[in-house]
Design a protein around this ligand. Structure first.
Ligand code: FA5
Length: 332
């Protein structure tokens, strides 16, 4: 039995074979175990003799098992090292790092500029009421922007906000002047998508209310902003316009950052590009918010963030900002 066991052990190739051999001889139903179990039927004189021999055989088998195990383990380890070795001279795998979307980058830059000028950031809901978006902002009952073709209505009183201006009203209702806030966020309009229109886009609203605020403060603020955002050499001009919530109102243009104002294809030869809407807060709006227009005055402006980002980075189609094409996004 001992000889057979040793032969089995020595011919084992893998740890599995060794285990099989162990079970075959020393396991619960193993051959040597059977011998020990059969000892009950032996005479009192034979029992110690056979017991001694059986124990010696077991020790011998165990010693061989142990030796073979060490050998096989070493062999297996060597093989593993050979086949699984790492070639440290091979080039490593690229680590793909995410980055901020160009719109987020632009929005962060805009916010930083205004925060550095002392503005606080205020937020308002994207699902807005007709009251805050139109009535409180002095929009006439028949103002065209109330029309279903421009604004997404959820019901008669609730809309998706088409501008960030309602945040002005929400803020002025709660906070007394001096007020100096910006309110960036998403807006929604029932516009057909094209190169410059997206049904969902972003605006950044600005509002300053205090004693003695004038159009000169608006101009100065926007000049500092435009130079920081588009470059020191950029000039702005005010064009008369109409918004229900400001009086006077203006659209503000900047000198084309491609040609510097001399006229090129980008600015349709005019030398100017449209930047934002602005004006002095209408006395009715101040009154609607419980602020006395005899004591306080203010200015407000609202810019399309998507369009500003497009200008700054030379993006010629707004839809690129929403398609999540990595070939486009990786350029920023
Ligand atoms: C307004 O929304 C006013 N609330 C701005 C304002 C605020 C004026 C405070 C005075 C005082 P307007 O409708 O012109 O104005 O929109 C402002 C900007 O939003 C536009 O110049 C444009 O850049 C952007 N915009 C409007 N519709 C879209 C659209 N569908 N896709 C992308 N940008 C848009």
């Amino acid at each position: 039995l001992q000889e057979r066991a040793i032969l089995d052990i020595n011919s084992a190739q893998f740890t599995d074979d060794l285990e099989k051999a162990r079970v075959k001889y020393l396991g619960k139903k193993g051959e040597l175990t059977e011998v020990l179990r059969g000892m009950g039927s032996l005479s009192a004189e034979e029992r110690p003799l056979v017991g001694k021999v059986a124990n010696e055989v077991r020790e011998e088998i165990e010693a061989h098992l142990e030796k073979a195990k060490t050998l096989i383990k070493a062999k297996e380890m060597n093989k593993k090292l050979e086949t699984e070795s790492i070639d440290v001279t091979m080039p490593g795998k690229d680590i793909v790092l995410g980055k901020r979307h160009p719109l987020t980058q632009g929005m962060d830059e805009l916010k930083d500029i205004f925060i550095s000028m002392g503005f606080k950031v205020a937020e308002g809901p994207e699902v807005e009421t007709v009251y805050y978006n139109f009535d409180a902002l002095n929009a006439a009952p028949n103002h065209p922007s109330r029309d279903m073709t421009d604004t997404f209505y959820i019901n008669d009183d609730v809309i998706l906000r088409p501008q960030t201006s309602p945040v002005q009203v929400r803020y002025m209702e709660k906070t007394k002047p001096p007020i100096r806030i910006i309110s960036p966020g998403r807006c929604f309009r029932n516009d057909t998508p094209d190169a410059t229109h997206s049904p969902m886009f972003h605006q950044l609203e600005g509002l300053v209310v205090d004693k003695g605020i004038t159009l000169a403060d608006l101009k100065g603020t926007l000049e500092v902003f435009v130079k920081k955002f588009l470059g020191e050499h950029t000039q702005i001009k005010f064009r008369p316009h109409f918004f229900p919530f400001t009086e006077p109102s203006a659209e503000v243009d900047a000198t084309c950052f491609k040609c510097g104002g001399s006229g090129c294809g980008f600015c349709k030869k005019s030398g100017w590009i449209e930047l934002l809407g602005a004006g002095m807060v209408h006395p009715n709006v101040l009154r609607n918010c419980g602020i006395d227009p005899e004591v306080y005055s203010g200015f407000a402006f609202g810019m399309g963030v998507d369009r500003l980002v497009m200008l700054k980075y030379g993006i010629d189609d707004i839809r690129l900002l929403y398609e999540n094409d990595m070939r486009f996004l990786n350029q920023f």
